[in-house]
Design a protein around this ligand. Structure first.
Ligand SMILES: Cc1cc2nc3c(=O)[nH]c(=O)nc-3n(C[C@H](O)[C@H](O)[C@H](O)COP(=O)(O)OP(=O)(O)OC[C@H]3O[C@@H](n4cnc5c(N)ncnc54)[C@H](O)[C@@H]3O)c2cc1C
Length: 380
């Protein structure tokens, strides 16, 4: 351990970016991860039987508006030209998601143009807000109705969100829906503002492996921080990308997280596209993924009969389980701050990083951006 300047706990995209940048500046870095593979939650592997690149922790589409991040990531991979689109199933029919002009026309059995639809949705929202006495929306449900009216809200927003968070929409904050979730156009691109978008041709794990291929980096897998924490010399700086509450043995209580469970099957009865959301409460999962549709650079994979389908079920988080989404509310923010203060006291040499350490939902580009900024700060 004395040979290293830095110990990075977690070989996800955040930890790997920090490790690669530090190593490029001549620092000696030890990266540990308790899983038997690198890449964290962007881990993908090729299923031998079908040649399909499976996203073990759910669909990951790289998209960013940040040139700096794109320039950085493309040093380690080529991306295909995949553009993400999603359909959502409601009462047996598929609708484009996010809600666009076609979604509205299909739901109402209408044929409105953009201007007519905009006027129509505004009128629906006004009428239903009045019906329920909504002036200042106090929760997700009121906000949804006040933005799109009851019918669109009930069809596409209510049940999906309630399944995801396992609570009534009236218990969720209005802020989750900050602006009108509707496009009055036929544009069905999921990431409409992404300047760069795609799927890495060789999968995500390869990116991380390439980042960590540096003579200044050593990687130790199946190694938990807990097992080695007493051997770390004082002069070694720790970048910790795990859960902050777990680091302190949940001393102040469990931070609220949401978890997920995936049910996978190889089947000839695929989805016909990469992702279908399930908007109705009778279907217990929120979405299904059919991973072959990401491999557009390999038409023989997309064109084969077999699919690798994974159904995503929301789940409550339990200690020792997989933490996916932080539950963002004022109480959890307060508890997080208390943990940060305690970590500073107990581990003066430790910097918190990554989505788990920061207790934030970050897309991959945001994780990379934060990692690049951290290394700049460390270099000063
Ligand atoms: C369902 C889902 C879908 C997503 N889809 C997209 C998408 O389409 N596009 C996008 O840009 N982003 C997406 N994201 C976000 C993306 O997954 C994150 O940005 C990314 O994983 C963050 O990387 P990280 O390194 O911060 O964390 P992680 O990938 O979670 O890495 C943390 C690592 O730390 C290790 N670790 C934790 N504790 C310890 C310990 N005590 N000792 C040793 N190792 C430890 C873990 O094993 C893990 O490997 C999605 C997220 C979810 C939940």
């Amino acid at each position: 351990m004395n040979n290293f300047n830095y110990l990075i706990v977690g070989a996800g995209i955040f930890g790997a970016t920090v490790a690669e940048r530090l190593a490029s500046k001549g620092k000696k870095v030890l990266v540990i991860d308790r899983r038997p593979y690198v890449a964290g939650n962007i881990y993908t592997y090729t299923d031998k039987e079908t040649g399909i690149e499976v996203h073990k922790y759910g669909s990951h589409i790289f998209h960013t508006e940040m040139d700096e991040v794109w320039d950085y990531i493309t040093r380690f991979t080529e991306f295909n030209d995949y553009t993400h689109t999603v359909d959502t199933r409601h009462e047996g029919k598929l609708y484009p998601m996010p809600i666009n002009l076609d979604t509205i026309n299909l739901l109402y059995g209408a044929n409105m143009d953009a201007a007519e639809a905009e006027k129509f949705v505004a009128e629906e929202a006004r009428r239903d807000s009045e019906k329920y006495g909504i002036n200042e929306p106090k929760n997700f449900e009121e906000k949804g109705i006040s933005l799109v009216g009851e019918k669109l809200y009930e069809a596409f927003l209510k049940n999906y969100t309630e399944k995801q968070w396992n609570t009534a929409a009236t218990n969720l904050s209005a802020e989750i829906l900050s602006r009108i979730p509707v496009r009055f156009s036929h544009d069905n691109r999921y990431f409409m503002t992404a300047k760069h978008q795609g799927i890495p041709c060789e999968g995500y794990t390869k990116i991380v492996e390439k980042m960590l291929e540096n003579e200044n980096i050593e990687v130790k897998l199946e190694t938990d921080f807990k097992e080695i924490k007493d051997e770390i010399p004082e002069e070694v700086k720790i970048i910790y990308c795990g859960q902050i509450d777990e680091l302190l043995d949940y001393e102040l209580g469990v931070l609220p997280w949401r978890s997920l469970r995936f049910e996978e099957e190889k089947t000839e009865n695929g989805l016909g596209e990469a992702v279908i959301n399930e908007a109705d409460k009778e279907v217990p999962y929120t979405r299904a993924h059919d991973y072959k549709y990401y491999q557009i650079h390999q038409p023989e994979i997309v064109g084969q009969k077999m699919s690798f389908v994974s159904k995503e079920y929301p789940a409550d988080f339990e200690k020792g389980g997989e933490a996916y989404y932080p539950v963002d509310n004022p109480e959890s923010a307060k508890l997080y701050d208390k943990y940060v203060a305690l970590v500073k006291e107990r581990y003066p040499n430790l910097i918190l990083g990554g989505r788990l350490g920061a207790y934030k939902y970050w897309d991959m580009d945001k994780a990379i951006k934060n990692a690049l900024e951290l290394v700049e700060k460390l270099a000063k």
